[in-house]
Each structure stands twice: as structure tokens, then as C-alpha cells.
Design a binder for this molecule. Structure first.
Ligand SMILES: Cc1cc2nc3c(=O)[nH]c(=O)nc-3n(C[C@H](O)[C@H](O)[C@H](O)COP(=O)(O)O)c2cc1C
Ligand SMILES: [Fe+2]
Ligand SMILES: [Fe+2]
Length: 400
């Protein structure tokens, strides 16, 4: 028997922890694992809210059966169709025949596209309610929080917001599932990494969702990843609000690439300049060694991003190019930028990086230092000046 994790006497967390998958979506590292949260409401009708990834379906179905005590599941609410949550839908339909799947028009389309499911679906519209006995559930469409069909379910009776991936984070739930029973700072860090890696590109839609849900009285937020927020649900809303407005903390992220040490020496001089200007918060990443997931997280957190890399095959150094492509795609805004690099013959690396900074509309600080071969003493002095200038601009624009 699994220990039931009750949010309310008749509302249960029935998620699963994944400590095996190395890369979420095949891209983002999971050193601390991840949870796929699903919820069961044992009312006059038995209601499931979202499911889990298909590889955990067997233990998941067992949990539902234990808690439902022989009753059939009447409704499965599908807030989000990404397979980390929809993966067990087929098994749920096989085990609980007659279950009605509740979703919006786009959910219905994706149920057909992914699983060939075209019947037993109740299509709801924005704001519609469903009474299940003691509980009344209300559905709010929040499109493009990061997929087209995304919606949230609000339990009007117990004031619980089932928020799907919004307000979620990486990190398996290590025993506790509630914000008041875990080391919450540990999870906040992983929530920022999740937000910046997965949801950040859709910040405008997150802002729309927050505005839409503003009037609701919320006693608990139950997302599909990470802790359930019952002590302080306002905290994770506040964090997602800040992150989706691109609000930064004072600090400098210094990202460099280097094959033979020339650009690295320039980076050390920039770092020294930053420290001499009195900014203790410097996060240095070797772009060839730090996974982009962590660099993007830090870039989302701190005000300044200083980048430096050699020219490679007439253009941007490949690992730096990978990072910059992602930052451009994620449209990180309102950052202070610094730039340096190296070349030997006709260059191209600094020019390429410069174009990306311009496309992102970042506030670029001078000087830009481009060393031929090895940096000269003058180049290194300028690198220190770049570090100082970046800190001065952070102070002007990001009173922390
Ligand atoms: C594989 C490779 C490709 C390069 N491609 C170019 C290039 O296209 N244009 C150029 O001006 N320099 C090019 N360079 C020269 C480097 O940019 C230069 O040697 C620089 O000092 C390397 O900095 P690092 O010591 O930080 O790696 C290339 C160097 C290597 C090893
Ligand atoms: Fe998702
Ligand atoms: Fe998810």
C-alpha cells in the first residue's frame, strides 16, 4: 500500500518520481530527477487530473486502484497533452472503461493525433464548470503556456489550482510533496531552470495566464512537476511573474569558449574587472563544459551576460553558437551585454556574436575587445575595463 498524499481529505497527489531519465525532452539534464504529478479527486464522481509518462503507467494505475477502492474513474481532465503527462491516457482508458476525457477543442485534436482517441471526450470551453458532487471544477484556457492546448483546472470548492506545467519545476519529490515539508530553496532553483529552459520563451503567455487567474482565491497550487504549494502558493506565482517579466537580480554571468587559452586569458581579465568594480556575484561558465541548461538558468537570473569566444571556421565558435541560438529562440530580454573574442586571419566570430546581441536588443556596453592571436597587454587592460563598465551599467539599471 502506498502512503496516500492528501491535499484535502478527498484530493490526492498520485504522481511518480523519475530518477532514471538523463535528459528531459532529450535536451535538459535531470541530475535531481523530475516528478510527473497527477491528482485524484474521490468525490461522488472519481476524477483524475492529468496522468504521467507512459513508462510509469503500471505503478500509477496501481495507485489509482488502491485509492479509488474498486470504483471506476469517471473523468480524466487533461490540462496538457505533452506525453510526460498524457503518456498513460491509453492505459487509464483500458483500466477504467467508460472514463470521460475532459479537455478543450485542441486537446481533442491532439488526443487523435497522438493516441488515435476520438470518442469518450467531453470538450469544454473557457470558464466552463463541471460538478462532481462536493467539488465544482472550473476550466480556464491558457493557450501557449508552452503548448497550444494548455489549460488549468480550478477547484472552486477547495480553492486548489491544478496548474499543469505552469508553476512547476525539475527535481524529484524526495519524500515530501508540499512546499512546507521540503527544502524549498532547493526546489526554487530547479523551478527557475525549468521555467527558463521550457516555458521562458512563452513569457508573454505566462503573463496572460497570471492576469487571467488573478481574481481567484487560491489555497493551493498543484502543478504537474515539483512541489505542491499549500503553505505559500503566492511565492511560486510571484517567482513565475518576475521571471516572465524578465526581471533580473544584480550579478554577471560570464560565458567563454577557448581552444588554446587566448580567449580564456581575456575572460580572466574581464572577471578581475568585475570583481574590482565591487560586484561579488559572478557566474563563470566554460561554454564547452557547462550544459546550456544551467547557462540559460543563470542568464535568466542575473542582469548581465558577458560572452567571449574565438573565431572558428569564419564564424562563431560552435558551442557558443549553440547557446546563442537558444537564447535568441527563448527571447531573453532586458539584459546588459559585454563582448570579447579572438581571431587570427579574417575573423568573423565577434561579428557573429555581435549580431545576436543586436537581435536580442540587449543594452551593450563598450569596449568590445577583439584580439588577434594572443591578447596584448592593451587588450587585457581593455578586458578589465569591460568588466568594470558592465558592473557600472548593472548598478544603473538593476538596483537590487
Ligand atoms: C579549428 C580552428 C578554426 C579557426 N578558424 C578561424 C577563422 O575562420 N578565422 C580566423 O580569423 N581565425 C580562425 N581561427 C583562429 C583562432 O580564432 C585563434 O587562433 C584564436 O587565438 C584562438 O583562441 P583560443 O586560444 O582562445 O582558442 C581558427 C582556429 C582553429 C583552431
Ligand atoms: Fe509540458
Ligand atoms: Fe510537463
Amino acid at each position: 500500500m502506498h502512503e496516500p498524499k492528501a491535499i484535502r481529505p478527498d484530493v490526492f497527489w498520485i504522481g511518480v518520481n523519475d530518477r532514471e531519465t538523463d535528459l528531459f525532452e532529450g535536451v535538459w539534464p535531470l541530475p535531481r530527477g523530475v516528478s510527473y504529478n497527477s491528482y485524484l479527486i474521490c468525490d461522488e464522481k472519481v476524477v483524475l487530473v492529468d496522468t504521467v509518462k507512459d513508462k510509469s503507467a503500471v505503478s500509477y494505475i496501481r495507485k489509482i486502484k488502491e485509492l479509488a477502492g474498486g470504483r471506476n474513474v469517471d473523468y480524466l481532465v487533461v490540462n496538457h497533452m505533452e506525453p510526460d503527462h498524457s503518456g498513460a491516457i491509453r492505459q487509464v482508458r483500458d483500466e477504467f472503461p467508460g472514463v470521460t476525457i475532459v479537455g478543450n477543442a485542441k486537446t481533442a485534436k491532439y488526443l487523435a493525433d497522438f493516441y488515435g482517441i476520438t470518442d469518450g471526450i467531453q470538450v469544454i470551453t473557457d470558464g466552463e464548470t463541471l460538478c462532481t458532487g462536493r467539488h465544482t471544477l472550473q476550466f480556464f484556457l491558457v493557450p501557449m503556456v508552452h503548448w497550444p492546448e494548455t489549460m488549468v483546472t480550478y477547484d472552486q470548492t477547495d480553492k486548489i489550482l491544478f496548474s499543469m506545467d505552469a508553476f512547476g519545476g525539475f527535481g524529484a519529490l524526495d519524500g515530501g510533496i508540499f512546499d512546507d515539508e521540503v527544502d524549498i530553496e532547493y526546489y526554487e532553483e530547479e523551478a527557475l531552470r525549468y521555467f527558463s529552459n521550457i516555458v521562458g520563451k512563452y513569457s508573454a503567455m505566462v503573463q496572460n495566464a497570471i492576469a487571467k487567474l488573478k481574481g481567484l482565491e487560491i489555497r493551493a497550487i498543484a502543478p504537474t512537476h515539483g512541489p505542491v504549494w499549500r503553505k505559500n502558493p503566492g511565492k511560486i506565482v510571484e517567482l513565475y511573474d518576475r521571471w516572465s517579466r524578465h526581471v533580473a537580480e544584480p550579478g554577471v554571468v560570464l560565458v567563454y569558449g577557448s581552444m588554446y587559452g587566448n580567449t580564456e586569458r581575456m575572460m580572466e581579465a574581464v572577471a578581475r574587472g568585475i570583481t574590482e568594480a565591487g560586484c561579488p556575484t559572478v557566474r563563470i561558465h566554460n561554454v564547452s563544459r557547462s550544459h546550456v541548461s544551467y547557462i540559460i538558468r543563470d542568464a535568466w537570473r542575473y542582469k548581465a551576460l558577458v560572452i567571449g569566444a574565438p573565431t572558428y571556421d569564419t564564424g562563431i565558435y560552435p558551442p557558443m553558437n549553440h547557446l546563442l541560438n537558444l537564447l535568441e529562440s527563448k527571447k531573453l530580454k532586458n539584459r546588459v551585454a559585454g563582448l570579447f573574442g579572438t581571431f587570427l586571419w579574417s575573423g568573423g566570430g565577434v561579428k557573429g556574436m555581435q549580431e545576436v546581441i543586436q537581435k536580442l536588443g540587449w543594452d551593450q556596453v563598450q569596449p568590445v575587445i577583439e584580439a588577434r592571436g594572443a591578447p596584448t597587454a592593451e587588450d587585457l587592460k581593455n578586458c578589465m575595463n569591460l568588466g568594470r563598465a558592465v558592473v557600472a551599467r548593472v548598478r544603473e539599471t538593476c538596483p537590487g
